[in-house]
Unconditional design. Sequence first.
Length: 473
Amino acid sequence: MGVDLCYVVSHGFAARMILHSDILPNLRKAGVSVALVVPNAEEANMQALAQRHGVSLVQAPVMHSKLRSEYEGLLRRYLFENVLENPSLRSWHYRYLDEGGKTAAKVRLYLGLNKVSLRSPAIRRMLDSVERRLFLDSPEVAQIIADLNPSVVVSTYPVAILEACFLHEARKAGCTTVSQLLSWDNITSKGRFSVNADYYVTWGPIMSEEVKAYYGVPKNRIFECGVAHFDRHITLPSEKGVRETVGRLGLDPDKPYLFFGMSSPAITPYEIEVVEWLARAVEDGVWGPDLQLVVRPHPQNVTGYTSDPTWLPRLDGLKSTRVVIDYPSLETSSLAWNMKERDLPHLVNLLAGCAICLNSGSTLSIDAMIQDKPVVLTVFDGTQTLPWHASIRRYRDVIHMNKLIALGGVTPVGSFEELEAAIRADLADPGRTAEARAHTRAQECGTCDGRASERIATALASILERVSTAELA
């Protein structure tokens, strides 16, 4: 007899979604036994969380050979995706060409393969077979699945090679598979999923329609549940919590503040200029003598292959009595971008107290709208003039952001003048986009009532019940 459910978690943000929400307590209440496969099973913080939630930990095998890394990071999208038709993938293709040398030569070759693959269904079927044999077949993963003997295997980030291997080997072992998608951009911006799961747990109507359109998943295999860790935006904030959080940062909790959530330098290479301009404008009283500013670097600003350490002293140089830098709380971990548990309530309270949330296109837009905050998107490159593929301007065209902007709940700006005007308008009338924000929330996240974790647990229990019924039939 094995466990009921096995989660595979390869990304720190997925760990936050599963371990810092109420999914596991609700599964435990339903009598569902859970195992987590993670790359950091030996770390004390992960063991403490697992013990508290009553789940078992399994150390994930190392999947990143040089060949697998090349395949996962680059080649796979050229074999199976129409790279030049997808704005996100097209922009990366031209950025690789800009690097010149071996990288440019390689992506030119890959684009040739892409054109051949798109023209021939037979070649695509052959590539599918090669992918399974070379990259997805894994004796180590097969052994873990045999040892755990789960009824259901759940992937949170199916574009990761580790999670694709688990979905593949789970299917071979006769297990039911589920993709509980981590983020709103996973379907349209990350390239084709190597393995299509039996069931999907989605955020809201937009994601559900994408699952149907891209993977042909029938409606009865999609559970639209909301976002587990976003529940905290509804259940947690309090006036006391906001005041204490803002006060700890050194700001005056009785005065308004802007919250700027930064993105990775790989996404927006000159966002630092926008932040510096904003800090100067706040200091100069452009929007009055009381306005303050909190700047929160993205975890990918701080650590990992996408970070740019030259930004950090520039950020620290902005600190004053009215401008603070709120660095995210990260664990020292082999799990990339693994957040400390205290970071989520801290972030929730900062968003709860802010007058406006600014960012250049991150998920913080949706975090903020869950709390009904005005959102301004800084989709320009400061004083720089960059080609489309290198500029954050491209985010107006990237599929998931294009859909968000079209819904009307956020205000995109393309210059410092537009930024100043948008902030002025939202400070004067915070409710001016309230109706559009409500519509956007409903389309992106479905019902926002603080009970997404409960719905997700119920969905997974329902899938387990279907598996059990099928086995008895």
